[in-house]
Ligand binder design. Structure first.
Ligand code: AMO
Length: 428
């Protein structure tokens, strides 16, 4: 017979006055006035005032906020100025009692710091601001999937327990795998490249792992990456895919997520397109003009990107990086082998994505592995595939959590991840 809920609260309207409804939800507030209680009840879709009288009033005696109720009642007119209707309770069932005091105030009237909120994350999700961040994240994911599927990318799932490093040796988590050493995948790099044989255009949205001892607002040990790889594309082609994906995400959420934007107090503004493209050389010139004394081949550190980001606050690409700064699988430029066919997508100082055209010749790949101090014998399974008709291909990885911070307008990546993992945080 089921729970018997007739409506989500968000579906009830003043046009339903006189109708009977069965609702489920959490007590957000309750005010006793003599033998009557004014109660506000919220579910994930909305909030309503409920009037409780008579013997029903006894059932909620002593209940705390955030207790869970099933209420059968009639939609009626209201005098309350915050509501268009109210529900006159006829039958109340208390489904779960909440303690008092709660570890954090889910209404956000008393502000809790991020650590306390993360320690009680499920309760934090009753805060409309927090819930809206994760509703937005859901819409971002669905918009990304829709865009990539329309561009004929196929969604794949690659292993997260792997036998050798995908991004070189640093930052690997290792674990015991039936007596052997296994690692947690840092990225789907090798698998997604191999899948361009046969599937041509693939994408994956998944958690990846990096043992980075970083204590910043943009690094986590477990992060969500959106990855693509496409046969018969160059880095400029996949930059186009990335830009249109970002544009779709911003357009979709800015139009369709009005309530969420209100709750988080941030208006999502669609960026202007095309995104600016700066070469690494141009960025170096800008930095040297700002007295940074960098030479060709120097990596751009956070302090440098902060300076560049001030001049370019929105989305922009940095292209044509020195080959030696890029991973072994990135291909050089034809006209200058010291440069690579690669890019990063930046949002101000923040790196959101990196990608490029890949080497697809096994001999070149082997010599590049050696050049970078990696042992080709660790990559035999990967290298074999390059003799089976490997098409030229390109791709990128986009940090979903970092993208979310730009959309929500927060600095700390922990705000947009349910249960973040960093060097100090393994529980809850
Ligand atoms: P890269 O190492 O640059 O490239 O990672 C791609 C993007 O993933 C995000 N990211 C992180 N986000 C949060 N915490 C972390 N510790 C973290 N590390 C990375 C960033 C970054 O831009 N295989 C290549 C991509 C490719 O060429 O296809 C790669 O992994 O937003």
């Amino acid at each position: 017979m089921g729970f018997g809920r007739t409506h989500d609260i968000g579906e009830v309207s003043s046009e339903m006055i006189g109708l009977k409804v069965v609702l489920g939800g959490w007590i957000e507030d309750l005010r006793k006035l003599g033998k009557m209680t004014f109660l506000t009840m919220r579910d994930s879709t909305g909030i309503t005032q409920v009037i409780v009288k008579g013997e029903q009033n006894d059932k909620i005696e002593g209940l705390n906020r955030q207790s869970v109720l099933r209420i059968k009642g009639t939609v009626q007119e209201t005098k309350a100025k915050d509501f268009d209707f109210e529900v006159g309770a006829e039958e109340i069932e208390v489904l779960a009692k909440a303690i008092h005091p709660l570890p954090i105030d889910p209404l956000g009237r008393l502000e809790s710091n991020i650590d306390n909120r993360l320690n009680s994350r499920a309760l934090d999700m009753r805060n409309q601001k927090t819930a809206s961040i994760f509703k937005l994240r859901h819409h971002v994911l669905s918009s990304i999937r829709k865009t990539l599927i329309e561009k004929k990318f196929i969604e794949i799932n690659t292993p997260k327990i792997i036998g050798s490093a995908s991004e070189g040796g640093a930052n690997l988590f290792s674990l015991d795998y039936f007596g052997k050493t296994a690692y947690l995948a840092q990225s789907p790099q090798l698998y997604k490249e191999q899948m361009t044989i046969g599937l041509e255009r693939v994408f994956e949205i998944a958690s990846f792992y990096r043992a980075e001892k970083s204590h910043t607002g943009r690094h986590l040990s477990e992060f969500t990456s959106v990855d693509i790889e496409a046969a018969f594309m160059d880095y400029t082609d996949v930059m186009g895919v990335l830009e249109s994906l970002i544009m779709e995400v911003f357009k979709f959420t800015s139009t369709n997520c009005k309530d969420e934007q209100k709750s988080i107090g941030n208006e999502i503004k669609v960026p202007s397109s095309p995104f600016e493209q700066l070469t690494y050389g141009k960025v170096l010139d800008e930095l040297n003009a700002a007295d940074q004394k960098l030479e060709f081949g120097d990596d751009l550190l956070d302090s440098h990107l902060r300076i560049v980001g001030e001049k370019h606050p929105g989305f922009y690409f940095i292209t044509d990086w020195p080959l030696k700064l890029k991973p072994f699988y990135i291909r050089e430029k034809d006209d200058d082998a010291s440069l690579s066919r690669s890019f990063d997508l930046q949002y101000g100082y923040l790196e959101l994505s990196s990608g490029g055209t890949r080497l697809h010749d096994s001999k070149l790949l082997k010599s590049r592995l050696k050049e970078q101090g990696l042992d080709p014998s660790q990559f035999v399974d990967h290298l074999r595939a390059f003799d089976w008709g490997m098409p030229p291909h390109a791709g990128w990885g986009l940090g979903l959590d970092r993208l979310m911070t730009t959309l929500v307008g927060v600095d700390n990546i922990r705000e947009v991840v349910l249960y973040p993992r960093d060097p100090d945080r393994l529980t809850p």
